[in-house]
Ligand binder design. Structure first.
Ligand code: KG4
Ligand code: ZN
Length: 363
């Protein structure tokens, strides 16, 4: 079975309809195209992603995204060897839209098909961009997920810890909504925080006093709601405090994530990796404050640090195509029984983390 070299990646698990063409080869020329059609405008009025609207929009746009990705790559369907599609975890209607489309494409063209775990797409991105060697320590931090993983291979993940309740992305989105900002909240909070004092409010840093790499963010979210209520009820100027609240919130998330990265790093280093490295992936990894705190942790420990370019941190098709190249290279294929999965933990040897976010229980 020949390993596909040029793969079309399709991603529809949340609110971005994405398609990309990636080719095996030197890292700097791999991504032939990467088209992301954002649904932000459709969901803006609701302050969050509405699953039914997302699913319908994916079904309407997916063929356009794929056509655009092929055109940008200068290829037609005969130029690709395989189709990789996010088969979970995610909002089930959207995942279904992508999986059905990919199956149709594979059936019509006879190309190889592979259902890819969305989290594996994020987790393998540091290899797409930087050829990072296994095993590396990964902090996967997004709208629905937050976990530390030792990535040992394209299909081998060991979870060291993660959030026991909300994901940081969710906390960013909810805090943004409470501050009257738009959706998605992460970039908006980051922007507003630039004008704020991160030391103005001492928001909670849960679980820092406990050993291990588990994290918690729901108390932080509640503390912020309470502070906003307190300021408003006291008739104080909330307008003047918004940037300080945003900055103090961001600082609390960054500190928790950085401290727990130190704990996870100790576990990882104890395994004696030949070329130790920390990588970060997922939408929240686009946050510059969080990135720079993590970089400091890596520098202090003398290990490499890899943070993919911002557009490859948030959801995209290139990460799915790349995971497809790696996994098809290991001989993996899907047949037409490929099912969409709302939940799909990466580390199947361990019990799923508790808690539930916009994408369901944390995987
Ligand atoms: O990985 P992603 O695109 O989708 C999921 O798989 O969840 O992550 C989306 C999340 C959203 O919660 C968004 O607010 C957050 O990533 N995000 C950010 C930033 N950019 C996106 N959070 C903090 N700072 C950012 N700059
Ligand atoms: Zn994602």
């Amino acid at each position: 079975m020949r390993a596909p070299e040029t793969v079309l990646g399709i991603e529809t698990s949340c609110d971005d309809t994405a398609a990309a063409v990636v080719r095996a080869g030197p890292a700097d020329g791999r991504i032939l195209s990467n088209v992301v059609m954002s649904q932000d405008r459709l969901h803006a009025a609701y302050g969050g992603v509405v699953p039914e609207i997302a699913a319908r929009a994916h079904a309407e746009k997916i063929d356009l995204a794929v056509e655009a990705a092929l055109a940008e790559a200068g290829l037609d369907l005969s130029g690709i060897d395989g189709v990789a599609v996010t088969a979970g975890p995610g909002l089930i209607g959207g995942v279904l839209a992508g999986v059905m489309f990919a199956k149709g494409l594979a059936a019509a063209t006879g190309k190889a098909l592979l259902g890819v775990n969305h989290l594996a797409g994020h987790a393998l991105t540091p290899r797409l961009t930087d050829d990072l060697a296994y095993p590396y320590l990964l902090l996967l931090v997004s709208g629905g997920h937050c976990q530390f993983l030792i990535v040992r291979g394209a299909d081998s993940f060991h979870r060291l810890g993660g959030t026991i309740d909300d994901a940081p992305g969710e906390a960013f989105d909810k805090t943004a909504r409470a501050l009257g900002l738009g959706h998605p909240g992460g970039p908006e909070i980051e922007q507003l925080a630039k004008a704020g004092d991160p030391a103005r409010y001492a928001f909670p840093r849960p679980l820092l006093d406990r050993p291990g790499a588990d994290m918690s963010f729901s108390g932080l979210k509640t503390a912020i709601m309470r502070e906003i209520d307190r300021i408003t009820l006291a008739g104080l100027d909330i307008e003047g405090e918004r940037a300080h609240i945003a900055a103090s919130f961001q600082d609390a998330v960054a500190e928790v994530v950085a401290k727990k990265t130190e704990a996870a790093l100790a576990f990882y280093l104890a395994e004696g990796p030949a070329r130790p490295a920390i990588a970060v992936a997922g939408g929240v990894a686009a946050n510059r404050t969080i990135r720079s705190r993590l970089e400091t942790v890596a520098q202090k420990a003398g290990v490499d640090f890899v943070a993919p370019p911002l557009p490859l941190c948030t959801d995209n098709g290139a990460m799915i195509a790349w995971a497809g190249i790696e996994l098809m290279g290991l001989g993996q294929r899907s047949d037409f029984a490929l099912a969409a999965r709302p939940r799909w933990p990466l580390d199947t040897a361990q019990a799923p983390l508790i808690g539930s976010g916009k994408k369901g229980a944390k995987a």
